[in-house]
Design a binder for this molecule. Structure first.
Ligand SMILES: C[S@@+](CC[C@H](N)C(=O)[O-])C[C@H]1O[C@@H](n2cnc3c(N)ncnc32)[C@H](O)[C@@H]1O
Length: 421
């Protein structure tokens, strides 16, 4: 860890809610676990009638402490904020976090924690109005697959699922429980937002909110509209990848609109506590940059359903018009890739002089199909690049093998932030 992250003992404290003494009824626990948040226009939105809220008692601890009682959730700032810290001290930003003690320890123990995020040597993007999607992010220059577009520290990092417990008033309907829970979650989120530098708070409140009528408070609404899964190893191991996941809201990256043909991908680097955004294919100057808000390997109709909470009706080429060919590809990605892998294994067993183009041809055809359908960020796209590279190498075609090795390298940097081969 760099010394700059631990300047003095006078750092702004980490603080955490004291243990709730009131036991939570089992029925309510189950309900919380299975609760899906409402969206659209909800009749019974807001604090339910008769619901009594309690104050949250807070305990304080040193900002750099990583030894907290098991199960504690902490409000903490990364990097550590000192009384003399200014907003300008961190050109890539400050993150307000509500994280578990385990996650805090994992962050602080990550090799290289405290390093500066990588920085592009020019401003690669513009944020501008679009005709039908509000603001969007656009390429300011031609960009190559794998180039760094920007590094950004999130404004806010919080659990993706609501993690506090509340007393359950007798006779509440499931919708009333849900609304009470959302009301309480907003209180916690507000504590994090109130710790932000005024510049960050202003940036947070300026983000789009597509959840103003479903009972989400303003902060939760913005979080639900703009939050990214942090992904990778950043989740509470005891809860698992899904329930223990974290959501991060950014100032710039949260302006990326959705497409089922995404042209950018992001990865999170824990050591510099920042996202890196990169193109998954070559992009022309002026093109809008798109990220996918839903899983892309499902049919158009299922994607539209998954996009409903965002208020998005996708109009990308793979959604508009006849989606038959695209649906067929997207729902058969795994078997089509596996068929090529199996053919490759058999092909390798032949003597070298009998190796024909029976693997290369379908592999290149599948790669083109992926590209035509905008599936460059699908993990099978990079696996396919790897297979093609290997086949060319087995055939002794060094030039083509090198070309695909370069593409694979750029693709894997774009999608994971690191080189997998
Ligand atoms: C994360 S924000 C993206 C930035 C947003 N356009 C803004 O002005 O700040 C998500 C919201 O943008 C809009 N949006 C994103 N992708 C869209 C799309 N493909 N078509 C229409 N609206 C879209 C929706 O209102 C969505 O809830």
């Amino acid at each position: 860890m760099k010394r700059g992250f631990l300047k003095s003992a006078k750092a702004q404290k980490t603080f955490y809610p004291a243990e709730d003494e009131e036991p939570v009824p089992d029925l309510f626990k189950q309900l919380v676990k299975g609760t899906k948040l409402s969206y659209g226009k909800v009749k019974e939105a807001g604090r339910p009638e008769g619901y009594q809220t309690k104050g949250v008692e807070m305990k304080e601890t040193a900002a750099e402490c990583v030894d907290h009682p098991e199960g504690t959730k902490l409000f903490t700032t990364i990097p550590i904020q000192y009384p003399d810290s200014t907003y300008e001290d961190q050109p890539v930003g400050w993150s307000e976090c509500f994280i578990s003690a385990d996650i805090k320890r994992m962050i602080y123990e990550t090799p290289g924690f405290g390093r500066s995020p990588p920085s592009p040597n020019r401003l690669n993007y513009r944020i501008e109005s679009t005709p039908n999607m509000g603001l969007g992010m656009f390429a300011a220059h031609p960009l190559k697959m794998g180039d760094l577009i920007l590094s950004e520290r999130p404004l806010l990092v919080v659990p993706r699922s609501m993690t506090m417990s509340i007393g359950a008033p007798v006779g509440f309907t499931p919708e009333q429980y849900r609304q009470a829970l959302m009301f309480e979650w907003e209180k916690y989120l507000e504590m994090a937002v109130n710790r932000m530098f005024p510049e960050n708070r202003k940036a947070y409140y300026a983000l789009a909110n597509n959840h103003s009528e479903d009972g989400s408070g303003r902060i939760l609404g913005i979080l639900r509209t703009n939050g990214y899964d942090v992904g990778g190893d950043f989740y509470d191991k005891k809860l698992g990848k899904h329930d223990g996941a974290y959501s991060a809201t950014c100032d710039k990256m949260s302006r990326l609109n959705h497409s089922c043909r995404p042209n950018v991908s992001h990865s999170f680097d824990i050591a510099s506590f920042s996202f890196q955004l990169r193109p998954v294919r070559d992009i022309q100057a002026g093109e809008q940059l798109f990220y996918s808000y839903c899983k892309c390997d499902q049919p158009a109709a299922a994607r539209q359903k998954a996009l409903e909470p965002y208020g998005v009706r996708c109009t990308c080429e793979s959604c508009l018009g006849d989606a038959t060919e695209s649906d067929e590809l997207r729902t058969h990605i795994t078997p089509r890739f596996m068929a090529i892998q199996t053919a490759y294994v058999h092909w390798l067993q032949r003597p070298p002089q009998q190796r024909d183009d029976s693997v290369l041809k379908p592999a290149l055809a599948l790669l083109s199909a992926f590209e035509r359908d905008g599936l460059h960020s699908n993990r099978y796209y990079s696996l396919l690049l790897d297979t093609i590279r290997e086949v060319y190498s087995d055939l002794g075609d060094k030039e083509s093998a090198t070309k695909y090795a370069r593409l694979l390298r750029a693709c894997s940097i774009a999608c994971t932030g690191s080189i997998t081969r």
